[in-house]
Ligand binder design. Structure first.
Ligand code: NAD
Length: 352
């Protein structure tokens, strides 16, 4: 067996249907007395329920979380935390809300208790992102890793099926890239494969029956594991492409991951045979790229960049940006091949 290093991240996870009932206990455990609850305007109702459960330990609600954490929103949330003398941030929502909690923690070291309601996985990572002047800057900092995560699948029952499908594919993308990461190791690969397997089983159930609690539980469990590997090993071509398409061409986050993933996997297929074998086994298929394309189709998710707002005339520039600076990928990242990958993704062709 070859030698390896595994970077396990700290954090307490409370998982299960109805586990939100343990919120007061968990807040007490953190020693917090004045929690600021964060949410998007759309999830105000869920945040109010969380605030009611916190009772006198709730200092207030900040309901302005939006995608990609604009610096103005981060500043407003930080000011509100200071004004209320908050000693903890409780983020109830998806990656955008968790991201806002991270922006507060980055400045103040306030502990975060995350209550995820999508499958994005941000709650398991020390990665933060803040958008300033149209540019999203990302970084890693141990202070932004949530101290406690409550995964309650009942909170995801209302996640629309379209968003469930793309958010789940986004989670699978973390795990697939973790399998061929430069610093992949047996532990991260075990978590990644189990995460893919759980989502492969759960997502079709959720799309067929959004109120299927067992299906929802499988998906949230899978999302946790996929987030954990995103936090512990490095990503590669797929995440770089999605960052480029989201950042420079304003494409929607989870949909972009869904469309690009089968093509990024096909690109890396021959260069990472062991990882591909593990991914295919977790997907219960012969070939990972084709299985991911088939899964997206089965879920009724978008398959082509042209259907989610990409312009064909921008493909050259996207390929240039994605190949400009060097980064790790199992197969060398070359302009011509990446331009071809983007063309396939643009038209939504099935990987060969
Ligand atoms: P999101 O948080 O933007 O949520 C999308 C929409 O769905 C929002 O309107 C939200 O209020 C709503 N929603 C969320 N849960 C719901 C539920 N259960 N029922 C009904 N509506 C619900 O989307 P996301 O995909 O979770 O997060 C995307 C963002 O997270 C991106 O900015 C991405 O870059 C970031 N992200 C960061 C990391 C990290 O490690 N830092 C990891 C993954 C994603």
């Amino acid at each position: 067996m070859r030698a390896f290093t595994h970077n396990a991240l700290p954090g307490r996870v409370v998982f299960g249907a109805g586990s939100l009932a343990k919120l007061s206990e968990e807040i007490e455990r953190l020693g917090a007395r004045r929690a600021l609850v964060l949410c998007t305007p759309q999830q105000r109702e869920q945040a109010q329920d969380v605030a009611a459960r916190l009772g006198t330990r709730c200092a207030g609600i900040f309901d302005q979380a939006v995608m990609h954490v604009p610096i103005e929103t981060a500043r407003a949330a930080r000011a509100e935390a200071r004004r209320l003398d908050a000693d903890c941030a409780v983020a109830v929502g998806g990656g955008s809300t968790t991201g806002l909690g991270k922006a507060i923690a980055l400045e103040s070291s306030l502990p975060i208790l995350a209550i995820p309601t999508t499958y994005a996985g941000s709650e398991m990572t020390p990665i933060y992102g803040i958008t300033e002047d149209g540019l999203k800057k990302t970084g890693r900092d141990a202070r932004v890793l949530p101290r406690t995560v409550i995964y309650d699948p009942t909170l995801t029952l209302g996640l629309p099926t379209g968003l469930s499908a793309t958010s789940g594919m986004n989670a699978i993308a973390h795990a697939v890239e973790a399998l061929y990461a430069e610093d992949a190791n047996p532990i991260s690969s075990m978590l990644a494969a189990e995460g893919i397997r759980a989502l492969r089983q759960g997502l079709p159930r959720v799309v067929a029956e959004p109120l299927d609690l067992e299906g929802r539980s499988r998906c949230l469990y899978g999302a946790w594991l996929c987030g954990a590997v995103l936090g512990s090993v490095g990503m590669a071509l797929h995440h770089k492409l999605c960052h480029t398409l989201g950042g420079s061409f304003n494409l929607p986050h989870a949909e972009t991951h869904t469309v690009v993933l089968p093509h990024a996997v096909a690109y890396n297929r021959a260069a990472a045979p062991e990882a591909m074998k593990l991914a295919a086994a977790a997907l219960d298929a012969e070939d990972a790229a084709r299985a991911l394309y088939a899964l997206a189709r089965e879920l009724g998710a978008p398959l082509a960049l042209k259907d989610i707002g990409m312009r064909e005339s921008d493909l050259d520039r996207a390929a240039e940006i994605a190949t400009k600076s060097p980064y790790y990928n199992p197969r060398p990242v070359e302009y011509g091949a990446i331009r071809k990958l983007l063309d396939d993704a643009y038209h939504g062709r099935e990987p060969a």
